[in-house]
Design a protein. Sequence first.
Length: 265
Amino acid sequence: MPEGDTVFLAGHRLDEALSGRVLLRGELRHPRWATADLAGREVLGVRSVGKHLFTRFSGDLSLHSHFRMDGAWHLYRPGEKWRRPGHQVRAVLEVPDRVVVGFSLHDLELLPTGEEHRLVGHLGPDLLGEGWGDADEAEAVRRLAADPERELGVALLDQRVLAGVGNLYKAEVCFLLKASPWSPVSAVDPAEAVRLSRRLLLANAWRPEQSTTGSLARGRQHWVFERTGRPCFRCGTRVRVGGQGEGVHERPAYWCPRCQPGPIA
């Protein structure tokens, strides 16, 4: 599932391409919205909230989308060949010099702009939110610390606590805090965890490449994420992976058993 920085960058690129322009074509290939025609509406802007994206149109109308596991928005020039098959297309927004295509967007909803809170009001503070300040940080810390016995990795992935952290940043934040993903939240300083999560997301928000080590060299971008069986950059111990979470919420958790002591070693 894309991280918050991926959604933020997608929103910024869509905003640059569409904002202030009138749609020549606005199709939604979704059973619920197949009869909707957005052509003729002006795009007022595109805004990300955690892993959610809102494209706002004239007439108090917003299009909400969520990438889930395989969704994406692509930008094309008119006539350019699309990079994914047509049967995956869920939305087409076209202006004179750009065609924006949404692929595999399982969650699409048209709603009044004034009701966007209905879909994101439950989220914790957006780590990449515009105007992030002390109050946002304090609220994020409060939510993270509210259940001190909860597994740290599970808490970091809970969008009701922090909006924007995905499995990549969960793994990397836990490593940098020297705590196993299965350690309780009480094993770390929640304020440090919030600041670190925001810092890592910000470092990658304006580029497609994601690095938490400071290096963009292949194989050296991440400390432990997707490095199963490879030596830890710090101590040389083999990085391990295990499942964390239950049912549909289970995700792989990567960790170094020497650098990250905790319930599972």
